[in-house]
Write a protein that binds this ligand. Structure first.
Ligand SMILES: [Zn+2]
Length: 219
């Protein structure tokens, strides 16, 4: 067996062991009752940013969407169907009470969108990624003058956070989401995960800034 798959298989065997000894009842209950998560989250597909790991949540607690650069396109976008379907399920079937957009540091998708340069390792043009990341590039382009006032090492983070705010804004192009937010049935949240520091920041709309998540938890 291939070494990588072997390692995954070993992981599965450990899961099975735990399933048989401790967590079997938990999963049987989930199977019987179905899923009733109160939270939905969209994060980047980046393998380093796993919402369940960051939040220490169990299966059944969060409905998870992932795509390159955690993009929620506007509802009318031609390329939004996968996201639209998942959103509709989360909002109208599961009726989640919280929706989180989680971006992260060192996001290759955001960086590619910023450069408007979606090429592979051999310099080949990547059409599918280019079309997808255009959602962000269109939003980034007008901000160039603003970002140039920042220190260069802050540029990536600036755009990564703008990506989160953009996705939050686009959630309002979905009438059902807008209605539920207005009625107080749904809360929207923006999170930024700093991989190197292992820290979460939360978007604070009134101040248009991200604040340390720890302060919200303690406050
Ligand atoms: Zn990313």
């Amino acid at each position: 067996m291939d070494k990588t798959i072997h390692r995954i298989a070993q992981g599965y065997l450990r899961f099975r062991e735990q399933f048989c000894s401790e967590s079997g009842d938990f999963y049987r209950q989930l199977a019987e009752l179905g899923q009733k998560p109160r939270i939905a989250i969209i994060s980047c597909s980046d393998s380093r940013v796993d919402p369940a790991v960051i939040t220490n949540t169990k299966p059944g607690e969060m409905f998870v969407l992932r795509n390159v650069a955690n993009v929620i396109p506007e509802r009318t976008s031609e390329t939004a169907w996968g996201v639209r379907a998942a959103l509709q399920f989360a909002i109208e079937v599961l009726e989640v009470e919280h929706f989180i957009v989680c971006g992260h540091s060192g996001c290759g998708g955001v960086q590619a969108a910023r450069r408007n340069e979606m090429c592979g390792p051999q310099g080949q043009h990547l059409e599918d990624l280019s079309v997808w990341l255009r959602h962000l590039n269109e939003k980034f382009a007008p901000l160039e003058a603003q970002v140039n006032q920042l220190e260069p090492e802050l540029h990536d983070e600036f755009y990564e956070k703008i990506g989160i705010i953009n996705s939050l804004g686009n959630l309002f192009t979905f009438p059902e989401i807008e209605r539920r937010v207005k009625e107080g049935k749904l809360q929207l949240h923006g999170w930024y995960f700093d991989i190197k520091r292992g820290e979460l920041m939360a978007y604070d709309a009134p101040t248009y800034s991200f604040v340390p998540f720890d302060s919200l938890v303690q406050g």
